[in-house]
Design a protein around this ligand. Structure first.
Ligand code: UDX
Length: 442
C-alpha cells in the first residue's frame, strides 16, 4: 500500500515511516523542515533510536521511502495518511492542537483534488473527541467531501517507548494494535496494513481509541507513583521496598513486568503531559480526577526524596560537592523532557550544594537546561572525582558497576534507582537508597 506519514520527521512519525517501509509499503515521509527532509533522504536519522539508521538506509536503498515537504503530492500518491504531529502541553494542561489543525487543513485541500478513496488516520495523542469534533469537520470543510462516504477516518494510537520504539512498532505483541474507526470500511482498510504484524488488533470507536492511549499512560504513571509512595512508607517502617515489590508481583492479580520500580519519579514526553491533559479534560467534563491529580502530586515530590536522603547525611548541603549520575528521563535515550534529574539538580542547588552532572547520552541536553549552574563530567569518573556524595538518578547500566565509585572523593551514595548492590561496594562507603530503610556502611 502507498502510505503518507505527516509529521514524518518527528520521533513517532519517522519511526512509523521507516517501519512501514521496512514492511514493504511505499512511504512518503512528510515534514516541514527542508533540512531534516534532505537529511532523511540521505539516510541520516535525525533522532537517536536503536536500529533506526539501518532500517532507514534499507528503505531508501529499496526505494520504499521518500522524504518530502510536499504534503499535497504525498497524500494524492498514497491510500492512507498517518497524522503523527506533536500535541504539546499548554500552560493550563490542555493539549496544543495547532499542528493537528494545520495538517488537517492541508489534508482536506489535498483530498479535494483526489479521486480515489483515502483513509486519514490520526496517530497523534489527542484527547477523546478530537478526531470526530475537531479533525473531521476541518477535513470536510477543506475537501468539500463527506467523511465516511468519500474518505475514511481512523484513530490509531501509538504505544512506542523511547529507546525501544522500532521494536515496539514492529513487534506489537505486548501492546496490541488499537484501531478506532469512523465506519467499518475505514477500519477494514487500515487493518490491511496491520494484519501482517504479530499483535492483537482491537477495532473500536474513534473516541474509545483516543481514550485508550490516555488510560494506558495514566494507569502506568499511577503504578509508578503508587510504587514510590509505598517505597517511601517502607523507608520509614524498616522495610526494603524491593522485597515488597517481589511479594506483590507473586500475586497473579498484580503480576510481573508492571511499572512498580520505585525511584525518583517518572518523566519524559508522554506520562506527565498525558496525565495532565486527562486531568484538564476530566475537570472540563465535570469529573474530579482525584487519582490522576495525586499521581502527578506524588511524582512532583518524589525527586526531592533523594535530595532529602543525601541532606540527612550532613544536615546541610551548603558548599557540599554532589554528583548527579544520569540526567536522561530514562536509560536508552538522550531525552530530558520533564526528567526527574531536573528537580534533583535544582533541589541540590537550592540547598547550596555544588553540583556535578554526568550522563552517557544526554549531556548536551543537560548543558541546554542547566547552563553554567552546574559542572559537567565527560565521564562518570570525572563527575565523581570531586564529589563528597552522589545521587544515582537514571539507571544506566554503567552506574551498577560498584568499582566506579572508587573514583569518588567522598563516600556517600544515594541510589535513586536501586541499581547498586551495596554489598559489592568497596569498604568505607555509606549507601542510602529510595525505599531502603537503613544505611549500609561498607
Ligand atoms: C511511555 C509508554 O511506555 C509508551 O507506551 C507510550 O507510547 C509513551 O510513554 P516512555 O515515555 O518512552 O513510554 O517511557 P517509559 O519507559 O514508559 O517510562 C516512563 C517513565 O516512568 C520513565 O521516567 C521511567 O523512568 C519511569 N518508570 C517506569 C519508573 O519510574 N518505574 C517503572 O517501574 C517504570
Amino acid at each position: 500500500m502507498n502510505i503518507s506519514v505527516i509529521g514524518g520527521t518527528g520521533y513517532v512519525g519517522l519511526t512509523v515511516a521507516v517501519c512501514l517501509a521496512n514492511k514493504g509499503h511505499l512511504v512518503f515521509c512528510v515534514g516541514r523542515n527542508e533540512e531534516k527532509v534532505s537529511k532523511i533522504n540521505r539516510g541520516v536519522p535525525i533522532i537517536y533510536e536503536e536500529n533506526l539508521e539501518k532500517l532507514l538506509k534499507d528503505a531508501l536503498e529499496k526505494k520504499k521511502l521518500v522524504a518530502t515537504t510536499n504534503m499535497k503530492d504525498a497524500v494524492k500518491k498514497s491510500d492512507v495518511s498517518f497524522i503523527c504531529v506533536g500535541t504539546q502541553s499548554m500552560e493550563d494542561g490542555r493539549i496544543d492542537l495547532r499542528q493537528v489543525e494545520s495538517v488537517s487543513v492541508g489534508m482536506g485541500q489535498a483530498l479535494r483534488e483526489k479521486e480515489s478513496y483515502h483513509v486519514v488516520t490520526v496517530k497523534s495523542t489527542v484527547v477523546p473527541g478530537t478526531t470526530e469534533d475537531f479533525v473531521i469537520p476541518i477535513l470536510e470543510k477543506f475537501s468539500g467531501k463527506k467523511a465516511g462516504v468519500d474518505f475514511g477516518v481512523c484513530m490509531n494510537p501509538e504505544f512506542l517507548r523511547e529507546g525501544r520504539a522500532i521494536g515496539d512498532f514492529l513487534f506489537p505483541k505486548d501492546t496490541g494494535i488499537v484501531i478506532g474507526e469512523l465506519d467499518e470500511r475505514s477500519g477494514s482498510f487500515l487493518s490491511e496494513i496491520f494484519k501482517e504484524f504479530d499483535g492483537e488488533i482491537f477495532r473500536t470507536s474513534l473516541r474509545c481509541a483516543e481514550m485508550i492511549k490516555y488510560a494506558r499512560n495514566s494507569y502506568l504513571a499511577k503504578d509508578v507513583s503508587f510504587a514510590n509512595e509505598i517505597a517511601n512508607i517502607c523507608q520509614k517502617m524498616g522495610v526494603d521496598y524491593l522485597g515488597v515489590k517481589k511479594g506483590m508481583e507473586m500475586d497473579v492479580r498484580i503480576g510481573k513486568g508492571r511499572f512498580l520500580d520505585a525511584g525518583v519519579g517518572f518523566g519524559g514526553s508522554c506520562f506527565p503531559k498525558d496525565v495532565r491533559a486527562l486531568v484538564t479534560k476530566s475537570a472540563q467534563v465535570g469529573v474530579d480526577p482525584q487519582m490522576l491529580e495525586v499521581t502527578l502530586k506524588v511524582n512532583e515530590e518524589q525527586p526531592f526524596v533523594a535530595v532529602k536522603l543525601i541532606k540527612q547525611v550532613w544536615g546541610n548541603l551548603k558548599g557540599k560537592k554532589i554528583a548527579v549520575l544520569g540526567t536522561a528521563f530514562k536509560p536508552g535515550t538522550d531525552d530530558m523532557r520533564e526528567a526527574p534529574a531536573i528537580k534533583v539538580v535544582n533541589g541540590l542547588l537550592a540547598e547550596g550544594a555544588e553540583v556535578w552532572v554526568y550522563d552517557p547520552k544526554a549531556l548536551a541536553n543537560a548543558r541546554e537546561i542547566f547552563g553554567d549552574t552546574v559542572f559537567y563530567g565527560e565521564k562518570a569518573e570525572e563527575a565523581l572525582s570531586e564529589a563528597e556524595g552522589c545521587i544515582i538518578v537514571t539507571e544506566w547500566p554503567e552506574f551498577a558497576e560498584a568499582n566506579l565509585y572508587r573514583a569518588m572523593k567522598g563516600k556517600v551514595i544515594v541510589d535513586g534507582r536501586r541499581v547498586l548492590d551495596p554489598a559489592e561496594l568497596p569498604p568505607g562507603f555509606r549507601y542510602h537508597a529510595v525505599g531502603f530503610p537503613r544505611v549500609v556502611e561498607t
